[in-house]
Design a protein around this ligand. Structure first.
Ligand SMILES: Cc1cc2nc3c(=O)[nH]c(=O)nc-3n(C[C@H](O)[C@H](O)[C@H](O)COP(=O)(O)OP(=O)(O)OC[C@H]3O[C@@H](n4cnc5c(N)ncnc54)[C@H](O)[C@@H]3O)c2cc1C
Length: 422
């Protein structure tokens, strides 16, 4: 499949809009929201929302059309550009400010989970709201105090009350991105992973949609963080939280793990296949911000890379600049490939993890190197470079840490199962 570094012409307008917003709106408020952690950047939210509504509407339409096409045989496979479009936009917005980008009102990870495992009726019921009205947020809550990388350890339970035909959720979720916005602002929703039967491990896990303001759902804490401080990260407690029967995504039917080990967890994996290229794109955006600023600052001091100079004639700083540019391009190429595969309707689990690992490492190393090359100025809050270094690290943590994604890559390449290589 041909891969191109350039922005495809059909998505150029949208990417240019994102770049303009990044430069003119996000950069000017970047430091403020870093310092005022739990305030929300409404000047960005209100500007981006009309564009997001259009994207959500197009995504929903495409997804429903795909469902329809799957039912009618033979299926017509039309190449979409949804994910490539999104990574270009996310990269541009994260160049502006990654924390503020995360405040974008959208169905986000919650929407990705609904797209991955919801029925057409559920997609319409839960996702249409993101195409109209006031800004609103979706979120996904998987992580718990005892369950991070090992998601099979989740303790949040979902029990069916046969009297009322409602699911009753109990448990605590931590580090939920946009958890407060999705859980409190009207029309928001959170996809909560809970177990129907702890003894079944991953096979017992199911995603449930909890609407904002549902009684029994309490936002009990907002995290103070090292980076992406504009982003809302919440702890949510579910205490006998009752939701309608139809809010379970996928089938409630349970199968024994030896029959179909990962049935319940498959939805989570599909969600990550879609979201990991987005995290990688965000990482590349932050890395590009730091790289471009450092390159231009050094150029103003007379440090440039001479064309066609042999390697031994370059200074250490010039070599550092070349290495950073190579790493940045490599991470972006992997990101584009992982998104393009998704658009082509092909499996991208390996490529999404590869992109996530590479981009997570590249953004942490490039931003650190930029702080180093700029000397004391790089460490000072006069510039945004120290902030980009703090914003970088999360990309190596959420949506599967660098180590976990490396394990996925190794399993896929070497042909090992989860139990054979852990
Ligand atoms: C700002 C922020 C936002 C987040 N947003 C969300 C969200 O929206 N929704 C959500 O559900 N979660 C979210 N998370 C949680 C995030 O996904 C988890 O932190 C992550 O999955 C790691 O889990 P953990 O923190 O429990 O670390 P642990 O699983 O305890 O891991 C600790 C360390 O051990 C390593 N490790 C663990 N197992 C292995 C292994 N088998 N081999 C090698 N190394 C291993 C890890 O890589 C890590 O370095 C967020 C986290 C942060 C910090």
């Amino acid at each position: 499949m041909p891969i191109c570094f350039e922005v495809p012409p059909e998505i150029l307008n949208q990417t240019q809009m994102a770049r303009m917003l990044a430069e003119q709106v996000m950069r000017s408020i970047s430091r403020y929201y870093d310092e005022h952690e739990h305030e929300r950047p409404w000047e960005y939210i209100n500007v981006i929302w009309p564009f997001i509504q259009q994207i959500e509407a197009a995504n929903l339409k495409r997804s429903l059309r795909r469902n329809g096409a799957e039912e009618e045989e033979p299926k017509e496979k039309k190449r979409s550009t949804t994910h490539v479009r999104m990574i270009h936009m996310i990269e541009a917005l994260s160049w502006g400010d990654a924390g503020i980008y995360l405040c974008t009102p959208s169905s986000a990870l919650g929407g990705a989970a609904i797209q991955a495992v919801g029925t057409p009726e559920q997609k319409e019921r839960f996702l249409t709201r993101f195409t109209r009205g006031k800004p609103k947020w979706g979120a996904m809550a998987m992580t718990e105090p005892q369950a991070g990388s090992d998601t099979s350890a989740i303790q949040t339970t979902a029990r069916l009350d046969p009297q009322t035909n409602e699911w009753v959720l109990n448990g605590t979720k931590i580090f939920c991105t946009n958890g407060r916005l999705a859980g409190c602002e009207s029309d928001g929703l959170i996809v909560v992973w809970a177990t129907l039967d702890k003894s079944l491990g991953r096979a017992g896990m199911r995603p449930f949609v909890v609407e904002a303001g549902t009684p029994g759902m309490h936002i009990i804490h907002q995290e103070k963080k090292m980076g992406i401080r504009a982003s809302d990260t919440a702890t949510i407690r579910f205490e006998n939280c009752r939701i309608p029967y139809d809010n379970i995504l996928g089938s409630p039917e349970l199968v024994r793990p030896d029959e179909h080990e990962e049935k319940g967890f498959k939805g989570a994996m599909k969600t990550f296949d879609a979201s990991r290229p987005y995290v990688a794109a965000s990482a590349v955006g932050i890395a590009r911000a730091a790289f471009e600023f450092t390159r231009d600052t050094l150029a103003a001091q007379g440090i440039t890379i001479p064309e066609c100079a042999p390697l031994h004639k370059l200074s250490a700083v010039q070599r550092d600049l070349l290495q950073m540019e190579m790493d940045l391009k490599a991470a972006w190429l992997l990101t584009v490939r992982s998104a393009a595969l998704l658009d082509a309707g092909e499996s991208n689990t390996l490529e999404a993890s590869m992109a996530k690992v590479k981009a997570g490492k590249v953004v942490t190393s490039i931003t650190q190197k930029c702080v180093e090359l700029l000397g004391p100025l790089g460490y000072s809050q006069e510039l945004l470079v120290e902030k980009w270094m703090r914003d970088a690290k999360i990309n190596d943590i959420y949506e599967g840490t660098g180590q976990i994604n490396t394990l996925i890559v190794a399993r896929r390449i070497l042909g090992y199962t989860r139990s054979e290589l852990k």
